[in-house]
Design a protein around this ligand. Structure first.
Ligand SMILES: [Zn+2]
Length: 76
């Protein structure tokens, strides 16, 4: 499934969005289109454990500098 992670500049929030075809996703909080798509690398990691507390203790290399709740270095 094409689930992508996005980051809203306005809300300063990260969220996941299912995107079909050429749909332009908007922020679920404020509705802006001014959002950035993040790489899916961290997306599939968080999908495994259902959200927030991923492998902080596992010390996995994920995307290198992924923390449990943010991944600004992964996709931006
Ligand atoms: Zn927003």
């Amino acid at each position: 499934m094409p689930i992508y992670e996005y980051f809203c500049d306005k809300c300063d929030k990260k969220f996941e969005m299912l995107v079909m075809g050429k749909e332009t996703p908007v922020c679920p909080e404020c509705g802006t289109e001014n959002i950035k798509r993040l790489m899916s690398a961290c997306g599939f990691i968080s999908k495994g454990s259902g959200g927030e507390t991923v492998g902080a203790s596992a010390g996995s290399s994920g995307c290198g500098t992924c923390s449990s709740t943010s991944c600004s270095t992964c996709g931006v």
